[in-house]
Design a protein around this ligand. Structure first.
Ligand code: GLP
Length: 262
């Protein structure tokens, strides 16, 4: 050892399928809520975490998982969509989680893509995270192009919460939620890569073959802004919980939650 900086790597847990991925992630989140009831959670949207939120709602209803002191900060939001638009991330969070658990409205933070002064709003969002004591656990998904939040390829590793232009790949991927590609906003607010890296613990979820290449590049490829998720290789406590399809392009050997036997 030459006394240089310790190299860290991403921990990978491979699950049998989407539902096992969702239940495992929810169990980890529930455990941290139980051990620190006023935890600061960073939350993600997209198709991937829907199952995890469904499981957290079930735990609240059936096991009394208590959100009364939980504080949340969402990663991102589209610019220009009214907050009650069916595809806004405000609406998504209400539908998938917040309307079904006992979280206090004043403890919920989601960037406001309708703010008059977006730059100021982004600065205030960063301040609010600091004031809350920083994010304890950040949940992430991953885009097919390796984006996290809306940090598209090329995003600087030192970026903070800001307005970004969405790539055509991301707009096309997300068009499935809108009526047509034209209706997908062109810009978004996102926490920056440096903001995300300050979270004490990170959980990234990925499911399906269409995420396999992004996952392999993020975990085993070079660390580069071309694959924003590759910055996570430098995080001291980052776990990818991914199903076997999303893991199918990884070359290394990783922990599995299921046996290979049929
Ligand atoms: C979206 C979100 C990301 C999300 C990603 C993947 O654009 N901004 O936070 O992780 O793309 O989405 P999905 O889970 O629907 O594949």
């Amino acid at each position: 050892m030459s006394g240089g900086s310790e190299s860290v790597s991403i921990k990978v847990v491979i699950t049998k399928d989407y539902w096992e991925m969702s239940r495992l992630a929810a169990r980890i989140i529930a455990d941290v809520i139980r051990s620190k009831p006023n935890i600061v959670l960073g939350l993600a949207t997209g198709g991937t975490p829907e199952g995890c939120y469904r499981e957290l709602v079930r735990m609240h209803k059936e096991e009394g998982l208590d959100f009364s002191q939980v504080i949340t900060f969402n990663l991102d939001e589209y610019v220009g969509l009214p907050l009650d638009h069916p595809q806004s991330y405000h609406h998504y969070m209400d539908v998938h989680l917040f309307n079904h658990v006992n979280i206090k409205r004043e403890n919920i933070h989601i960037p406001d893509g309708t703010a008059e002064d977006l730059e100021k709003h982004c600065r205030e969002y960063e301040e609010a995270i600091k004031k809350a004591g920083g994010i304890d656990l950040q949940l992430l998904g991953i885009g097919r192009n390796g984006h996290i939040g809306f940090n598209e390829p090329g995003s600087p590793f030192n970026s903070r919460t800001r307005v970004v232009k969405l790539t055509e790949t991301t707009r096309r991927d997300n068009a499935r939620f809108f009526g047509s590609l034209d209706e997908v906003p062109t810009h978004a607010i996102t926490m920056g890569l440096a903001t995300i890296m300050e979270a004490r613990k990170i959980l990234l979820l990925a499911s399906g073959l269409n995420k396999a290449e992004a996952v392999a590049k993020a975990v085993e490829g070079p660390k580069t802004p071309d694959v924003p998720a590759s910055i996570l290789q430098d995080h001291p406590d980052c776990t990818f919980i991914i199903d076997r399809e999303a893991a199918s392009k990884l070359k290394g050997r990783y922990e599995k939650t299921f046996s290979d036997e049929r």
